[in-house]
Design a binder for this molecule. Structure first.
Ligand code: AMP
Length: 249
């Protein structure tokens, strides 16, 4: 069984995001970049499935600028076998990414596609769903547990009411939640070994996919500063404030 895992390079989740002075976006120069966190869970799950003997190959794929290759390299260091980097500059919207990934799936013919549930830069939560629609494959989104069965997957997913367990036939697409597993760190020897693993590079233009953005971003601005809270000394004062100042009771 072959697993294709989509990994995206995003601003590291620990970075304090700053908006550019001209409001055209957020500052990315000299800012630490990392793999989108749930994509680390997607890779980890693929590696665990391979370690259990149920998968034979893991291919990590990314769409992005030259440096996005680092994200594929990191996936190779934790257990992916080979990588694919589709070079594309600027903002690539989820629909364009899913169309590009569809071409890669058509070529690679994986049995499973694993992705993150959401990218922490655009917060879209769209690419997996769009790709499954383009492929006409079953999807299981927000997976917090995956059991691989013969020709099927049993997936427990996070929903508003709690947990839901579904069974889907393979080939299938799964988007992974942070609760799915604990991603491992790459050891130094594995980082060295990953340097020798192959990464195929393609230009998005070679794939005959229109990647021009369909959404025009008008302005990016900081959220309004929150007012400082106050401490009340007793319940009576709290009730009085809720009644007369906040006017909520
Ligand atoms: P989004 O729909 O943007 O929230 O992204 C959901 C998931 O799609 C991510 O967690 C990644 O697994 C995948 N994805 C989105 N954009 C890219 C990209 N440029 N390259 C590779 N994978 C991506």
């Amino acid at each position: 069984m072959k697993i294709l895992v989509a990994v995206k390079r995003v601003i590291d989740y620990n970075v304090q995001i700053r908006v550019k002075e001209d409001g055209t976006g957020v500052v990315t120069d000299n800012v630490k970049m990392s793999t989108n966190p749930p994509d680390d869970n997607a890779i980890e799950e693929a590696v665990k499935i391979k370690e259990s003997g149920k998968a034979t190959e893991i291919v990590a794929v990314t769409v992005g600028e030259e440096k996005a290759q680092e994200t594929v390299r990191k996936a190779l260091a934790v257990g992916a076998d080979r990588g694919i980097h589709i070079k594309a500059d600027g903002v690539i919207e989820p629909l364009a990414v899913s169309k590009i990934l569809k071409k890669i799936v058509d070529k690679e013919k994986p049995d499973l596609v694993f992705m993150g549930k959401q990218a922490i830069d655009d917060d879209c939560n769209q690419t997996g769903q769009m790709l499954s629609a383009l492929l006409d494959w079953p999807q299981a989104t927000f997976a917090s547990k995956i059991d691989v069965k013969d020709g099927k997957l049993e997936v427990t997913r996070e929903i508003d009411e709690g947990l839901e367990t579904i069974e889907i036939n393979t080939p299938a697409l799964v988007t992974c939640d942070l609760r799915l597993n604990e991603p491992r760190y790459a050891s130094l020897p594995n980082i060295m070994k990953a340097k020798k693993k192959p990464i195929e590079q393609l230009n998005a233009s070679e794939l005959d996919v229109d990647i021009t953005p369909k959404i025009q971003q008008i302005k990016v601005e900081e959220p309004p500063k929150r007012k400082a809270g106050i401490k009340v000394s007793n319940v009576a004062e709290l009730v009085q404030k809720l009644k007369n100042e906040a006017k909520v009771i």
